[in-house]
Design a protein around this ligand. Structure first.
Ligand SMILES: *[C@@H]1O[C@H](CO)[C@@H](O)[C@H](O)[C@H]1NC(C)=O
Ligand SMILES: *[C@@H]1O[C@H](CO)[C@@H](O)[C@H](O)[C@H]1NC(C)=O
Length: 224
């Protein structure tokens, strides 16, 4: 049976697009995200910016250390994790969904552009889900890569996966080693708030077989 050339070209094009879309960002460019918690107002705050982290820690927040890693610029396959702040609710809110961010901005939140964070929108390249929970009592969004923490945070309800982030290397305070910041030390607060970051899982590479498949397909197209 002869397979139509146009079909093979179409298949090849699909795969070229998919391979490009699935390409991994350079993990050495990822930077750790530090987590802060303010018990008084009930706010979890996440930043990659050490100046902000230190300022928050001098202003009522407790440092909870690096938790996961994101990209500081829009690299392959990533999307902007938009940061918003609502002073009335004392809530930091992070979303990749622009319509949700715009609704937030129309409803008391301010979009903050300082130190942007970029995350994978699908689970690629060894990334792990970043779970988002909400506490109506605290009026607080909580983000974690730990399912144990997600399920153990009293008063919070899991909402959705906010994006896919890189886990921190086990025993390291930084994903890339290029940001020299302490881990924040001991943290008061609930048991779940001081749980250690999760260990690295699901880091198997997945590009090589697809790349080989693509090369074979291009070869077949060329031969035909
Ligand atoms: C984005 O947010 C809007 C408004 O909250 C919602 O209707 C929509 O389903 C969301 N889109 C995705 C892809 O989650
Ligand atoms: C870090 O935060 C400080 C304080 O908000 C800000 O002045 C500075 O520009 C930020 N740095 C980066 C790289 O965004």
């Amino acid at each position: 049976m002869k397979i139509p050339y146009s079909l093979l070209v179409a298949l090849g094009t699909t795969h070229v697009v998919q391979v490009l879309a699935d390409s991994c960002a350079d993990p050495s460019q990822a930077v750790p995200v530090f987590r802060d918690f303010n018990h008084a107002v009930g706010d979890h705050f996440y930043t990659t910016n050490n100046t902000e982290y230190n300022a928050a820690n001098s202003g009522g927040y407790f440092p909870e250390g690096p938790r996961f890693a994101v990209f500081p610029t829009a690299v392959s396959s990533t999307t902007h994790l938009i940061r918003l702040w609502n002073g009335d609710a004392a809530d930091h809110f992070y979303t990749t969904n622009t319509s949700e961010a715009n609704s937030g901005a129309a409803g008391g939140y301010t979009i903050e552009s300082v130190t942007p964070m970029f995350v994978y929108s699908t689970q690629l390249c060894g990334s792990v889900p970043l779970y988002r929970s909400w506490s109506p009592t605290n009026r607080d969004h909580f983000y974690t890569t730990s399912a144990t923490e997600r399920d153990g945070e009293t008063g919070y309800t899991f909402e959705l996966i906010a994006g896919y982030v890189l886990p921190l290397a086990s025993g390291s305070s930084s994903a890339s080693g290029n940001v020299a910041v302490g881990t924040g030390g001991s943290t008061p607060g609930s048991a779940s708030d001081s749980a250690p970051p999760p260990t690295n899982t699901n880091s198997s590479p997945r590009r090589s077989s697809r790349g080989t498949w693509l090369l074979s397909l291009l070869f077949i197209c060329t031969v035909l």
